[in-house]
Design a protein around this ligand. Structure first.
Ligand code: CUA
Length: 365
């Protein structure tokens, strides 16, 4: 009686931890889980994982079952004589070498099959996207659509997305848990990855290879859209892309329809003028491409293309929501938001300049 009370007391000490584990099982929001695949590539990997776990459980039950059976059936009793002493058994030793080797050989079949299925570029009717890792953000280029964007990858649901991936600096790892596996990106070479999304929505992505102080804040967003939404997004993103007319956009010369439209046009024009001048004089232009300005290069950008930054949902590689307040914080002192960031302001901006730049960037939808 004493012992069982003690046991219960000891178990009670672990109760909070056990309850917490059980409660965690009830949560629904796991943005980085690989166990809820939402694409064909993710499903292939998940199937392989489940097959392997199934066979691991079979092996576990058989081995542990035999062990428990032997422990119970052949357990020693107080008056037993000393058991027969043996040394080695060729039959047993060969069996427990061959059986695991066979199991590994069997598991290797679906594993190698999945590796071959997922190791090359997708062909056919695909959405082509070039992925370039940077310390610490992601550049996405759509060569067929003439789009260059950052940290948010838009794509249509139900159509294969074919990624060709590299890095501008160190090794990173592109990871979209619910669509595909992880794949490292290396300087001066390209790696493939593809997936076809099954559902629309926003999904989380993350750099999965330690790449410097802000590795943890090298996130990105995967935006799966209906084909119509994607087409509209692509059309809106093309102007100002370094891939289209070197990013230069012809000014709108159509006559405003009414006086309100004229006032809005004038306000927009003046904001653009002041913003353009500040964008150059404050040094932003050294690293960022921007619609209508000489560009930081069409091959590689040091910082994200800002032509449509106002339309993105997040700032600083998925780290914060794209609000005026966060943009202001970032422009006041980037290093205080993301320590070690390679975005260095050539000089401190005044509050007035920051307010102008926030309005200017926000206007770039
Ligand atoms: Cu890039 Cu970690």
């Amino acid at each position: 009686m004493e012992t069982s009370t003690g046991t219960i007391r000891r178990l009670a000490r672990y109760a909070p931890a056990i309850c917490l584990l059980v409660l965690l099982g009830c949560a629904h929001n796991y943005p980085q889980t690989t166990l809820l695949p939402r694409g064909d590539f993710g499903r292939l990997v998940d199937d392989l994982f489940r097959t392997t776990v199934f066979w691991a459980i079979v092996v576990f039950v058989l081995v542990e079952g035999a062990l428990v059976f032997a422990m119970l059936k052949f357990r020693g009793r107080p008056d037993d004589p000393e058991p027969r002493q043996t040394h080695g058994s060729t039959l047993l030793e060969i069996s427990w070498t061959i059986i695991p080797a066979l199991i590994l050989a069997i598991i290797a079949v679906p594993t190698v099959k999945t590796i071959f299925k997922t190791s090359d570029y997708a062909t056919g009717d695909v959405v082509q996207i070039e992925v370039i890792g940077h310390q610490w953000w992601w550049e996405f280029r759509y060569p067929d659509l003439g789009i260059v964007t950052a940290n948010e990858m838009n794509f249509p649901v139900g159509k294969t997305v074919n990624l060709r991936m590299t890095t501008a600096d160190v090794v990173h790892s592109f990871w979209v848990p619910q669509f595909a596996g992880k794949r490292d990106v290396f300087p001066k070479r390209h790696n493939p990855l593809w997936f076809k999304a099954e559902v629309t929505g926003n999904f989380s992505g993350q750099c999965a290879e330690f790449c410097g102080v802000q590795h943890a804040r090298m996130g990105f967003r995967m935006v799966s859209q209906t084909p119509e939404e994607f087409a509209a997004w692509a059309e809106a993103q093309r102007p100002g892309s370094p891939l289209v007319n070197k990013g230069v956009v012809a000014p709108d010369t159509t006559a405003p329809v009414d006086s309100a439209a004229r006032v809005a046009r004038q306000a927009g024009d003046s904001l653009r003028k002041v913003g353009d001048a500040l964008f150059s004089s404050a040094g932003c232009i050294g690293c960022h491409a921007m619609v209508g300005t000489p560009l930081a290069g069409t091959t590689s950008l040091k910082g994200p293309n800002l032509s449509h930054v106002g339309s993105r949902t997040t700032l600083v590689a998925g780290f914060m929501a794209n609000t005026d307040e966060n943009l202001r914080k970032w422009l006041s002192n980037p290093d205080s938001v993301k320590q070690g960031t390679l975005m260095v302001l050539p000089r401190k901006l005044t509050n007035e300049e920051i307010a102008t730049l926030v309005a200017y960037l926000r206007a770039h939808q």
